[in-house]
Design a protein around this ligand. Structure first.
Ligand code: NYM
Length: 212
């Protein structure tokens, strides 16, 4: 693979509660990987720029009301509408750092009481991440961080349920990072994990599908 020059990029996902620091870390990881000569893009879900994304954004800011299952499927559709571009980018050798993915989809919806398997079903067939990093923080500590922005879900009681859902969803492959460490320390850990992952993908690890 490597020798033919057609090695693929890595799909790297960051997950965690609201205010765990994912977004800051994604924006630090991008230039640091680029500095090492990698082709990298930073993505996030929900992608609020698409038509579906605008419906999600209106829901999150309480400008619209939607049935719990309907919004769940919109979050999922928002990933499906980006799937082919995602695959093309990865195959062309670009690494994607993604701020939230299917795990957020399932963790937040199942925290409302929706059945876990029902929540996972529409995600099946999306591309599986090569690395999932969970930025671990207690709901209480996260709530202390400069307050929530006032979007739907940004409440301590609900975040406690989301933390439990994440716990149920996680498997041994997830890398858990202490999100209360100094920003620079988290950054160092993430960079090391990302570089390892990029090399594994370069060396021929194939793309697979999530939960199938
Ligand atoms: N969220 C995010 C979901 O409920 N389901 C999903 O599939 C995704 C990707 O949207 N509270 C929730 C988690 C967040 C909110 O995300 C908006 P962000 O990262 O704050 O833009």
């Amino acid at each position: 693979n490597n020798s033919k020059g057609d090695s693929r990029g890595a799909l790297i996902v960051l997950e965690g509660l609201d205010r765990c620091g994912k977004t800051s870390q994604c924006s630090r990881l991008l230039p640091s990987l680029e500095g090492l000569g990698h082709s990298v893009e930073s993505w996030r879900f929900p992608d609020r720029n698409t038509g579906v994304g605008q419906m999600i954004s209106a829901y999150l800011s309480n400008q619209s009301q939607l049935d719990d299952r309907a919004i769940h499927l919109l979050f999922s559709a928002n990933r499906w509408e980006k799937r082919s571009l995602m695959e093309a980018k990865l195959k062309s050798g670009t690494t994607l750092i993604v701020d939230r993915y299917s795990y957020s989809g399932v963790a937040f919806s199942s925290a409302k009481g929706l059945d876990l398997q029902w929540c996972k079903a529409p995600e099946v067939g999306l591309l599986a991440p090569d690395l999932v990093v969970y930025l671990d923080i207690s709901p209480e500590k996260a709530a202390e961080r400069g307050g929530y922005g006032g979007e739907r879900y940004e409440q301590l009681e609900f975040q406690r349920k989301v933390a439990q859902s994440y716990h149920t969803l996680s498997d041994a492959s997830w890398k858990i990072v202490d999100a209360t460490l100094p920003i620079e320390d988290i950054e160092t850990q993430l960079k090391e994990m990302a570089v390892d992952c990029i090399n594994t993908c370069k060396n021929g690890k194939s793309l697979s599908h999530i939960w199938s």
